[in-house]
Design a protein around this ligand. Structure first.
Ligand code: NAD
Length: 472
């Protein structure tokens, strides 16, 4: 494998090792051996052999084995959560919260998946057909860094319950925390049911090219498109959860305080590095100034700092490259007429290291890249609109389609929400749905989906067995 040197301050890869860096301090957190690309075909062969006996177990047997890992994962959750914070930067309570959910949440998730994958019977006058949900075989799970465990959990648990074996390649930014979680889960699993590949996109590409059966990918739209192209040669199945440019619409009859509080929370949490962050805000012109002022007030009260310091709400950006991307979008918007209500104008006032001031921009428009391409950083962009129709037209003026939300009188807001083209839409709330709702992106934000009955079934091949009914 060629050696790679990079100017990125948070990551250093050599031919054999990957050093994971703390984005807050710039210090190393740990070092791992990179998986040589030419080891991947043998890992796939091992996974395929292991799949025979794993897939032959009943759903319930697999569920029991996975649930038996919960006590140990729960015991390690604080330690794993703190490692998550040091490696990725989010505040410690959120890191520990993510690790705790990815331990205790296994039991409930596994039960929901088992329920979705039990055989189902269809009948007409003549026939009885049984739908069986079979494993695909070997699954490649490729995950990002912004929720380093949750994204792994979401990909790995349904794949395993369904009877697939999994080769996981976590992000090169957060390999240590994934390795810890996998190691504890593997105390309960048979050998080679869950294997780990360490590396960057080269390992990801090699995994997609290897003879696997399903790629479950969460990450950027560009990488998703590449994976879809590569997988098409072998008609490999793919589930892609990609980026977004989520709009928020604030109608004239909205509760302004509640809307501004949500806008601040959902633009800045995780330092804006959330696939369903609010990236564009359209506000009816009569309330736009008030709304923007309230949003800036809420933002000014948020404390930025190292995720390990108590009371910090917003950590650093993941790395220098991501920070530069955000600053470049802001600088370009400002040059084209955006008004800085608070935060940075460009590189000169962009903050130390990987930290970035929370930024609120007004007077933005759709000629600006910041309103068209994913920012993935702590910037709230407010554009005033003359009518509901204009808000809907602008909100839908995108190739992305992950989430959206509308704030206003609930009936009025729901009427407007029904005109939006995103996959998950909230009325006076974020995009999360009732228990069992899918996690789904429309258009270029996704291909297939996760969660809920139909999402869990995407980790399976459906097979029907039909026979005549007795006396038919
Ligand atoms: P990324 O696409 O750069 O990398 C994601 C993973 O894919 C990493 O493990 C990386 O090594 C690997 N990879 C990169 N290129 C690849 C290729 N061509 N073939 C195979 N593997 C490849 O994304 P990121 O920067 O880690 O994560 C941020 C992105 O993820 C944002 O766009 C965000 O919106 C998106 N995301 C989406 C969801 C969702 O549910 N829709 C959730 C979280 C993050």
């Amino acid at each position: 494998m060629p050696s790679k040197t990079t100017t990125d301050a948070t990551l250093a890869i050599t031919a054999e090792t990957l050093v994971s860096m703390d984005p807050a301090s710039g210090n190393p957190v740990g070092e791992l051996l990179v998986t040589p690309v030419d080891h991947i075909p043998q890992m796939v062969r091992d996974a395929r052999i292991a799949q025979r006996s794993w897939g032959a177990m009943t759903l319930e047997q697999r569920a029991e084995i996975l649930k038996s890992a919960v006590p140990r994962l729960a015991e390690e959750a604080t330690q794993i959560g703190e490692l998550l914070t040091r490696e990725m930067g989010k505040p410690r309570p959120q890191g520990v919260g993510e690790a705790t959910y990815c331990a205790n949440g296994i039991a409930e998730e596994v039960d929901a998946i088992v329920d979705a994958l039990r055989p189902e019977t269809l009948e007409d006058e003549r026939l009885r057909t049984t739908l069986r949900f079979d494993p695909h075989g070997v699954v490649a799970a490729i995950t990002p860094w912004n929720f380093p465990l949750l994204m792994v959990f979401q990909s790995v648990i349904p794949a395993l319950v369904a009877g697939n074996t999994v080769i996981l390649k976590p992000s090169e930014e957060t390999p240590l925390v994934a390795r810890e979680w996998v190691a504890v889960l593997n105390e309960a699993l048979p050998p080679n049911v869950l294997q780990l590949v360490i590396g960057d996109e080269r390992q990801g590409k090699a995994l997609v090219e290897a003879p696997i059966d399903l790629v479950v990918f969460t990450g950027s739209r560009e990488a998703g498109k590449h994976i879809l192209r590569e997988a098409s040669g072998g008609l490999k199945r793919v589930i892609l959860e990609l980026g977004g440019k989520d709009p928020m619409i604030v109608l004239a009859d909205a509760d302004l305080d509640a809307a501004a509080a949500f806008a601040a929370r959902n633009s800045f949490r995780n330092t804006g590095q959330v696939c369903v962050s609010t990236e564009r805000i359209y506000v009816e012109e009569g309330i736009a100034e008030d709304f923007t002022e309230k949003l800036a007030e809420k933002a000014a009260a948020m404390r930025i700092g190292s995720g390990m310091d108590s009371g910090v709400e917003i950590g650093p950006m993941i790395n220098r490259g991501q920070k530069d991307h955000v600053v470049r979008q802001v600088e370009s918007a400002v040059r084209s007429g955006a008004r800085v209500i608070m935060g940075c104008h460009g590189p000169d006032d962009a903050g130390e290291g990987n930290f970035l001031p929370l930024t609120v921009l007004a007077d933005v428009d759709h000629d600006m890249e910041i309103m068209r391409e994913e920012t993935f950083g702590p910037v709230a962009c407010v554009m005033s609109v003359r009518s509901d129709d204009e808000a809907v037209r602008l909100a839908n003026d995108t190739r992305f389609g992950l989430a959206a939300c509308v704030w206003g009188d609930p009936d009025h807001a729901e009427e407007v929400a029904a005109k939006l083209t995103a996959g998950m839409i909230g009325v006076n709330q974020g995009c999360g749905g009732a228990d069992g709702s899918p996690w789904v992106g429309a258009m270029e934000s996704g291909y297939g989906w996760h969660g809920g009955r139909y999402g869990h079934r995407q980790f399976c091949q459906v097979r029907t067995i039909s026979r005549a009914k007795q006396g038919g």
